[in-house]
Design a protein around this ligand. Structure first.
Ligand SMILES: Cc1cc2nc3c(=O)[nH]c(=O)nc-3n(C[C@H](O)[C@H](O)[C@H](O)COP(=O)(O)OP(=O)(O)OC[C@H]3O[C@@H](n4cnc5c(N)ncnc54)[C@H](O)[C@@H]3O)c2cc1C
Length: 374
């Protein structure tokens, strides 16, 4: 029998984990899908090492923290400590979490929502989107470039092979530094190719200094400015490959002359930045509204804001959006009018959204207090 969950939650940050915890507490069947290697991957990727996490609460907010169990402590702890605490909590509570799964789309099958992911389909009555505000961009090549990594978790994977890093900024440079360091320690002289679509690389002074140091210590790096990634092909041996075109000349008669290099995708890392969730809302058919002149206080004119009910349900029935994904503001539909609603990107907001959305879903699914664990 195919499982139909009451709720599938996308994203294992504070909003998603709190929703999973509350679903469990109230006897709803649920599954949380996280694209990273473990929960809180979004926070692990964006906070600098050793940063303190504060239990910040906007002054004007009337409610206390509604999920005390996940609230950062009053005496600030480092991000590493907070992540460790939440991971233990999720384990202790036995939360149903699957990691390393990328959410892709939602379709409908009668009144059931079918969630399409990198690892197959899941079915649910309700979906809670809690994927945060910063979504890694996909490489825009024809064909499937899903196997291309976006960060380096284990630089030893790239020792002994020629590696391609795509992207012209600090993140790409940092990735190269970590690989060069590893290669140096293991006496590997295979180069790291650094490709960027534009002619100019753009890193800050401090990163440039660290990169320079690695080069002077013997780091083998080859620059590929003005390079464009192209079709991911599969070779005779079934290896997924990514082609990078360099020195491209377009002839007036339509002929293109170029050099190209083809890398196994598993040796490619693309650090091409992140984007807000609007392209995902568009893909899902979740309605957004552009701020007209003088209408929005927080968003700028022309910014598109997602349209949600007071219970965070989007214009797609059964699909809710919470947490950083709807910050710094969204358009709230209530009593027949639509107004911009402030929504600070804080752990406080993410946890309290989780509380409200779980309450709304329980009501809609007709679940009573009798289902709740004491
Ligand atoms: C540097 C920094 C410092 C901060 N310090 C504080 C602080 O001290 N106190 C505070 O209250 N707030 C702080 N914040 C803000 C706080 O971290 C966010 O408000 C909070 O993380 C939002 O939670 P979220 O669950 O909505 O999103 P996130 O924490 O971003 O979690 C979203 C999760 O979804 C996953 N995901 C994304 N796309 C997909 C997909 N397609 N499929 C599956 N999973 C997906 C991500 O990997 C991620 O784990 C800080 C933010 C930053 C950047």
């Amino acid at each position: 029998m195919r499982t139909i969950y009451d709720v599938v939650i996308i994203g294992g940050g504070p909003a998603g984990i709190a929703t999973a915890y509350l679903c469990q507490k109230h006897g709803l069947t649920y599954l949380l899908l996280e694209s990273g290697k473990s929960i809180f991957q979004g926070i692990a990727n964006t906070y600098p090492a050793g940063k303190n996490v504060y239990p910040s609460k906007p002054k004007e907010a009337p409610e206390p923290f509604l999920v005390e169990e996940l609230r950062p402590p009053d005496k600030p702890v480092t991000v590493e400590k907070y992540i460790q605490y939440v991971q233990h909590f999720a384990q202790h509570e036995n939360l149903r979490v699957e990691v390393d799964i990328q959410f892709e789309d939602i379709r409908e099958e009668r009144d059931i929502l079918v969630i399409h992911t990198s690892k197959g389909l899941f079915r649910a009555r309700k979906v809670v989107l809690a994927f945060g505000s910063s979504i890694p961009k996909e490489l825009s090549v024809y064909g499937d470039a899903k196997m291309v990594a976006k960060t380096v978790e284990d630089p030893t994977k790239y020792v002994g092979v020629r590696t391609l890093v795509i992207g012209g900024g600090n993140t790409a440079a940092d990735v190269i530094i970590s690989i060069l360091k590893e290669k140096r320690q293991l006496n590997d002289n295979q180069p790291v190719y650094w490709a960027h679509i534009s002619e100019k690389f753009d890193v800050n002074k401090e990163t440039a200094q660290r990169l320079g140091e690695e080069i002077l210590l013997g780091g083998n790096i080859r620059l590929l400015p003005g390079a464009t990634p192209r079709i991911g092909e599969v070779d005779d041996e079934g290896v997924d490959r990514l082609v990078i075109r360099i020195n491209e000349f377009k002839q007036p008669d339509g002929i293109e002359i170029y050099h190209a290099m083809s890398f196994p995708m598993k040796h490619v890392i693309a650090c091409i930045g992140s984007q807000g969730p609007i392209p995902i809302f568009d893909k899902l058919g979740v309605q957004t509204i552009a701020c007209a002149e003088g209408v929005c206080q927080i968003a700028k004119e022309g910014d598109r804001l997602v349209l949600l009910t007071a219970e965070f349900e989007s214009t797609r029935k059964g699909v809710y959006v919470i947490g950083g994904a709807i910050s710094p503001s969204y358009m709230k539909i209530s009593s027949g009018s639509i107004q911009e609603e402030r929504h600070p990107n804080l752990i406080y907001t993410a946890l309290n959204d989780a509380y409200h959305v779980t309450e709304a879903i329980r009501k809609k699914l007709g679940r009573s207090e009798a289902d709740t664990k004491p």
